[in-house]
Each structure stands twice: as C-alpha cells, then as structure tokens.
Write a protein that binds this ligand. Structure first.
Ligand code: ZN
Length: 91
C-alpha cells in the first residue's frame, strides 16, 4: 500500500482522542470536507469537517464507509501496524 502524506490543521480523533496534524491519502489529492479518514491509532472511521478537523461519521456515512473495500483495507493495515508497534514496545 502506497500512501501520500499531507499536512493538516491540528485535530484529534473523536473516538480515542489521538491528536494529529497529518493525514495520508491513497491518491495525490489532499483530503477535503466530507472525505473519510481512519484514525492511525484506533482505526475507527472519521469524517473531515469544512475546517478539516474531524468528527464521528453519521449512521449513513458509517454504513457507506464500513462497506468500502479501500476503507476496510486501510483499517486492516492500521490494525496490523499498530499491533506490530505494540508488540515491539513490549519486547
Ligand atoms: Zn482514534
């Protein structure tokens, strides 16, 4: 999986509170309002606001994105990476 990084306004995950100011995208486009992102820590789905901070998805958004294969792949990638980082920290 090849990701492109973008500088973003400071924001925090509405699910776990992880702060971030960068986002990775699957194409060269920087994320915009209404786009989906996945928290790098908890792998839950977030949606970009107009000011590019993030919020929890609405019910219909959650349904739409949890069935999107690209989002599912990203969630698995993050869960796998987080698992490896945690395992390394516990060594
Ligand atoms: Zn999170």
């Amino acid at each position: 999986m090849k990701l492109k990084e973008h500088d973003m306004p400071a924001s925090k995950c509405p699910h776990c509170g992880t702060r971030f100011d960068r986002a990775s995208s699957l194409d060269d486009e920087a994320p915009g309002p209404g786009d989906v992102t996945v928290c790098i820590r908890c792998a839950k789905i977030c949606i970009f606001n107009e000011d590019l901070t993030v919020r929890k998805p609405t019910g219909p958004e959650l349904f739409r994105f949890t069935t999107d294969p690209r989002v599912m792949e990203l969630q698995m990638f993050i869960a796998d990476t987080a698992g490896r980082v945690e395992a390394k920290q516990n060594e």
